[in-house]
Design a protein around this ligand. Structure first.
Ligand code: SF4
Length: 124
């Protein structure tokens, strides 16, 4: 399984809302696989979630510049690198290094879904 860095945050706070029904089904599948102990590789471009997203055009996100910015900041704050193998433990790392340190707004405050993640940022 391949996951891009900022999707670690999207997965951690997923509450059933997504870009399409196909995307939601894929998100649920990915979460189930992670909960089952499956590891994933960190990638710098389109990942397993993107493959079911209507915003993926010819293999590239239609907001690629923006999501690359999210990816770079997320990876830097988590201290992870491309091709690194990770497990769901990374969600605890995100809680410690991003949410508890109020770094969330440095990453993706202009995302349409940020109101969901911000709720968690405020309650941690
Ligand atoms: S294609 Fe873009 S909008 Fe869709 S899941 Fe991937 S990064 Fe997010």
């Amino acid at each position: 399984m391949k996951i891009r860095p900022h999707h670690i945050l999207c997965i951690a706070h997923y509450e059933g809302k997504g870009y399409s029904e196909e995307f939601n089904l894929k998100m649920k599948e990915v979460i189930k696989r992670l909960d089952g102990g499956e590891e994933f590789s960190l990638v710098s471009g389109a990942d397993d979630l993107c493959s079911s997203c209507p915003n993926l055009i010819n293999g590239v996100c239609k907001t690629e510049e923006k999501v690359q910015r999210y990816d770079k900041t997320t990876a830097a704050l988590l201290g992870v690198k491309e091709d690194q193998r990770l497990s769901k433990d990374i969600f605890d790392t995100a809680k410690e290094k991003i949410y508890k340190k109020n770094k969330f707004d440095l990453i993706c405050s202009d995302c349409e879904w940020s109101y969901i993640c911000r709720k968690y940022s405020e309650i941690i």
